[in-house]
Design a binder for this molecule. Structure first.
Ligand code: NAI
Length: 267
C-alpha cells in the first residue's frame, strides 16, 4: 500500500528534535523523502541514521538566509523536487514586559519570526520554479491566539507567524501553494521541558484541556500530514488549533504557580 504523501519531498526546519522530528518520522512512514535542517549537528546525524535513505540533513540556521536557500536547493538536488515545507525551528523565553531585555527579544524574534519568513520565502521560490504547487506548514502555537503572562516575546512572535501565514497564503495561492499553520498547546519536547517536568505546571495544563492531557509530537505530526496531503487541497491561510480543547478555557497562570518567571527555556 502506498503512503499518503508517497514520492513527495519535504524540507523540515528544526527537524532534529521534538515536533519537527515527529513530523519527519511520520512523513517518511507515509512515503516522503525529507531534508532536515537544524543547528544541532549531533541530533541531525541521529535523524539520518534512524531514517536511513529517506532523509538527508544539513546544518541550517533559520536566521541565515543563505542557509535556507541552500537547504531548499539540497532537496531539489538530492530528490529532484520540493513539495512540502515544514517550519518548526523555534525557541522560547520567559520575561515580564517590564523586565524584557532587548537582546533576548531580538534573538527570539530572529528565529521565531524572521526564520519562518525566510523559510517560507525560499521554500516557495523552489516550489514556484518547479511549477508543481506545494504545501507549507508553519508551526505557530496556541500562544498565537492565547496570551500568557511572562511570555510576551513568544506570544507576539507566534501571532506574527499566524498573520504571515495568511498573507503568504494570499500571495502564493495563485501558484498552487497552500500555506497553513498549526497552533499546538503544550507538547512534550525538550523546548517545553520546564513546563512538562514541573508537576504543578503540568497539572494546570492537563486540567485546562477538556481532553485531559497534553500533546505529543505524534499528535502534531498527524495534523501536519493532513495539511501536507491532497486531503487538504482546498485549505490555505488557516491556523489549526491542536490543543485538546485548551483554547476553550484560560491559560494556566505560570507566574503564580512558579512564584516568579525569569529565565530562558530555549531548546
Ligand atoms: P525542540 O527544542 O524539541 O525542537 C526545536 C528544534 O529547533 C531543535 O532541534 C533546535 O536545535 C532547532 N533550532 C533552534 N534554533 C534554530 C535555528 N536558529 N535554526 C535552525 N534550527 C533551530 O522544540 P519543539 O517543542 O519541538 O518546538 C518546535 C516548534 O513548535 C517551535 O516553533 C515551538 O515554538 C513550537 N511549539 C512548541 C510547543 C511545545 O509545547 N513544545 C507548543 C507550541 C508550539
Amino acid at each position: 500500500m502506498s503512503g499518503r504523501i508517497e514520492g513527495r519531498v519535504a524540507v523540515i526546519t528544526g527537524g532534529a528534535s521534538g515536533i519537527g522530528l515527529g513530523i519527519a518520522r511520520r512523513f517518511v512512514a507515509e512515503g516522503a523523502s525529507v531534508v532536515v535542517g537544524d543547528i544541532n549537528e549531533a541530533a541531525l546525524k541521529a535523524v539520518t541514521d534512524e531514517l536511513e535513505g529517506a532523509a538527508s540533513a544539513r546544518l541550517a540556521d533559520v536566521t541565515r538566509e543563505d542557509d535556507l536557500e541552500a537547504l531548499c536547493a539540497q532537496a531539489v538536488t538530492a530528490y529532484g523536487r520540493l513539495d512540502i515545507g515544514v517550519n518548526a525551528a523555534g525557541i522560547g523565553a520567559f520575561s515580564n514586559v517590564v523586565d524584557q531585555d532587548v537582546e533576548t527579544w531580538d534573538a527570539v524574534m530572529a528565529i521565531n519570526v524572521r526564520g519562518v519568513m525566510l523559510s517560507v520565502k525560499h521554500e516557495a521560490r523552489a516550489m514556484i520554479a518547479a511549477g508543481n504547487g506545494g504545501s507549507i506548514i508553519n508551526i505557530a502555537s496556541l500562544n498565537a491566539i492565547q496570551p500568557a503572562e511572562g511570555m510576551g516575546v513568544y506570544c507576539a512572535g507566534k501571532a506574527a507567524v499566524d498573520m504571515l501565514t495568511k498573507v503568504a497564503a494570499m500571495e502564493l495561492g495563485p501558484h498552487g501553494i497552500r500555506v497553513n499553520a498549526i497552533a499546538p498547546g503544550l507538547v512534550d519536547t525538550p523546548l517545553a521541558a520546564l513546563l512538562n517536568q514541573t508537576p504543578p505546571i503540568k497539572a494546570a495544563f492537563v486540567e485546562n484541556a477538556p481532553l485531559g492531557r497534553t500533546g505529543s509530537p505524534d499528535d502534531v505530526a498527524g495534523v501536519a500530514l493532513f495539511l501536507a496531503s491532497d486531503d487538504a487541497s482546498w485549505m490555505t491561510g488557516d491556523l489549526v488549533r491542536l490543543d485538546g480543547g485548551a483554547h476553550t478555557k484560560r491559560y494556566p497562570e505560570l507566574a503564580k504557580i512558579l512564584g516568579a518567571i525569569d529565565g530562558a527555556i530555549d531548546g
